[in-house]
Design a protein around this ligand. Structure first.
Ligand SMILES: NC(=O)c1ccc[n+]([C@@H]2O[C@H](COP(=O)([O-])OP(=O)(O)OC[C@H]3O[C@@H](n4cnc5c(N)ncnc54)[C@H](O)[C@@H]3O)[C@@H](O)[C@H]2O)c1
Length: 281
């Protein structure tokens, strides 16, 4: 596995959940930290912790859905640390609901962060990482949702499918040019983070109209309810991050936290047999 000692690790979505835990682990491995998040208050609280830990770091308030923000973060990272061992392209948000009834603001918010955030990260970090002498890694955070079919959260599932496909193409293209960068796609199942409260950092200009009756319906509440239950009841965060390091060690491209293959096999069986996905309640 890559040696992080004295090298930089850049992380988006660094003020909570996976990003925050990864930052602490990488500090423990001797890395310097470039940390980005949209949540200025949570970043400031984390800064206090990092100072106590004696970490070498900087933080930036970044909205990954904005290309200019990501470019400024990448510029600051390479100007400060010059050599990036790992770019953890991780920030993401979730909302559930009906494909045709959720608002365009929902689609734009989720795709802005989960898809364009990942694209912006690749475009701003990979060209600089390609210039580096040493080997490096990019981990794009998708989800188990990026590998399966489902009816509760089409926005989230489809955005995470995009991340899987983009990362597969990225890895192939990096191999094509014999680069020293390896790509990985992180596909966790439910893990105890704050993802179920993703709306806390939703920009006001993308909020839903209070007059939209859809968000008061049982259909919406039931669909969003799964996430509200499943994330706080997921596996422990440190267990999931252990699995990330284990996968890096074993060079596993798809970094998964669940070994239950049922939903993935079901989807691919349907595809191979040209079958319609069936609603199972
Ligand atoms: N927790 C799970 O069960 C789970 C499962 C599969 C995938 N994931 C993915 O893990 C990633 C990290 O989420 P988490 O579970 O740690 O949740 P989290 O809410 O604890 O952390 C996500 C962080 O991303 C930040 N963020 C949100 N929008 C942003 C933006 N526009 N720009 C910059 N930062 C922004 C938030 O402020 C937050 O600090 C996400 O991509 C999520 O989809 C989580």
């Amino acid at each position: 596995m890559i040696n992080f000692k004295g090298r930089a690790v850049a992380i988006t979505g660094a003020a909570s959940g996976f990003g925050k835990e990864m930052a602490k682990r990488c500090h423990g491995l001797g890395a310097k930290l470039a940390l980005a998040d949209i949540d200025a208050r949570a970043l400031a609280a984390f800064e206090a912790e990092l100072k106590e830990m004696g970490a070498d770091f900087f933080t930036s308030v970044v909205d990954v859905s904005k290309y200019e923000d990501m470019q400024a973060f990448a510029d600051k990272t390479f100007a400060t640390y010059s050599d990036v061992a790992l770019f953890f392209n991780n920030a993401g948000v979730e909302i559930s609901g009906s494909v045709w009834r959720v608002s365009m603001n929902d689609w734009n918010w989720v795709y802005g962060v989960n898809v364009f955030g990942i694209i912006h990260g690749i475009k701003c970090f990979i060209p600089e990482m390609l210039k580096q002498e040493q080997e490096s890694i990019i981990i794009n955070t998708s989800s188990q949702a990026g590998l399966v079919s489902g009816h509760n959260s089409p926005l989230y599932l489809s955005s995470k499918h995009a991340v899987v496909t983009i990362t597969e193409a990225l890895e192939l293209q990096l191999q094509q040019i014999q680069s020293k960068i390896k790509a990985f796609v992180f596909c966790p199942a439910f893990v105890k983070t704050n993802l179920h409260e993703a709306g806390r950092n939703r920009p006001a200009e993308l909020s839903n109209s209070p007059d939209d009756p859809y968000y008061q319906t049982d259909d919406y509440k039931k669909k969003q309810g799964l996430m509200l239950y499943a994330v706080p009841n997921g596996i422990e965060l440190d267990e999931a991050i252990d699995m990330v390091f284990d996968a890096l060690e074993k060079d596993l491209f798809y970094i998964r936290t669940s070994s239950d293959n049922t939903s993935i096999e079901k989807r691919f069986k349907n595809i191979l047999e040209n079958k319609r996905p069936l609603f199972a309640g």
